[in-house]
Design a protein around this ligand. Structure first.
Ligand SMILES: [Fe+2]
Length: 329
């Protein structure tokens, strides 16, 4: 087992003014570090207007319901082209904002994903991409689509349906390779997480009873760098490539009037000066994570008095380097 990839999350092209520059940094790092492929953990960007018009014309008017509506179409198509030109394979999971202006089938098509949940194998590792974007209702689990989750209480958000959990269990137990779980919402943390995450831990615990079938899990969404151990497995939160989302209450002006006007949601963030990402190397012996350190543009969340309890992990403008032993039991 040997594989090396770059992982990033939550670029949020719809919020930030300099996403193209950030993607340049990510791709330069992938090249410099010798990453064999790229994994993103969702909330990169929802499809540009032209794409929706061409591929899902019936959805086009519903685009106006997007939360971070911001006409960043030139930047989005530039970023897609950059990813394509890199020659690297790009795998991903769906984030909540990826369906802000479309449904899951359009989002999957946009990101070249075979389905909202799927698996792929690289370097002797089986990656399991999960779809954590479901709303639990009295009538069953409903797909995130057209920003429908926006006014739903958080207790109903981010569920993994029973059928997908059954599929996950079968996939893990049948896998000849050690497995890595990928999701947008956290499976390990207790905030901004998959609500029925204990079902996943139960599968991991049983799967790892006789040896180690699941070696790690990665999530985005929280814009946080941290690790929570569950059943002896590291559940790693990958920080956003661009910002900590603080919300309206904490809105500040950190950029020029023009930027603030063109990117109306940027004021709700504590932006990181440069792109964050991590390069992961997995061998039989260990999982090594090589992170990067940036800084906030303007005041830090701590300086503006953002309550610590809003987040599961202390906000930091970095992805830490870490090592986890994977020796067989
Ligand atoms: Fe998210």
């Amino acid at each position: 087992m040997k594989t090396k990839f770059l992982v990033f999350a939550d670029l949020h092209v719809d919020i930030m003014h300099d996403s193209v520059r950030r993607m340049e940094q990510i791709l330069a790092a992938a090249k410099e570090k010798g990453a064999e492929y790229i994994i993103h953990l969702g909330d990169v960007m929802y499809p540009e207007a032209d794409y929706v018009r061409r591929h899902a014309p019936q959805d086009f008017e519903r685009r106006g319901e997007a939360w971070f509506l911001c006409e960043r179409d030139g930047e989005k198509s530039a970023i897609r082209q950059m990813l394509k030109d890199s020659g690297l394979k790009v795998y991903g999971v769906l984030g909540n904002h990826d369906m802000d202006a479309c449904d899951k089938s359009t989002a999957c098509r946009y990101w070249n994903m075979p389905a909202p949940h799927y698996t792929f194998t690289e370097g002797g590792v089986r990656f399991i991409a999960l779809d954590s974007q479901f709303i639990r209702t009295e009538d069953g689990d409903e797909d995130f689509a057209y920003c429908n989750y926006r006014h739903v209480p958080w207790q109903q958000l981010h569920f993994i349906p029973d059928e997908q959990l059954e599929w996950l269990e079968k996939t893990i137990f049948a896998s000849e390779e050690p497995c890595v779980l990928l999701s947008h919402a956290a499976l390990g943390d207790d905030q901004l997480c998959v609500q029925n995450r204990s079902r996943v831990w139960d599968i991991v615990r049983r799967g790892n009873e006789n040896g180690r079938r699941v070696i790690a899990a990665f999530n985005g969404h929280n814009h946080a760098d941290g690790v929570t151990m569950r059943c002896g497995v590291p559940f790693i939160s990958i920080n956003s490539a661009s910002n900590l989302w603080m919300g309206e209450t904490w809105r500040t002006t950190r950029f020029s009037q023009q930027i603030s006007q063109d990117y109306p949601h940027i004021g709700c963030t504590a932006p990181y000066r440069d792109a964050l990402y991590a390069v992961i190397t997995i061998t039989d012996e260990e999982l090594a994570m090589e992170g990067v350190t940036s800084e906030y543009v303007g005041l830090s969340p701590q300086q503006v008095g953002l309550p610590r309890q809003m987040y599961c992990h202390e906000p930091v403008p970095m992805t830490r380097s870490r090592r986890f032993e994977l020796r067989r039991k």
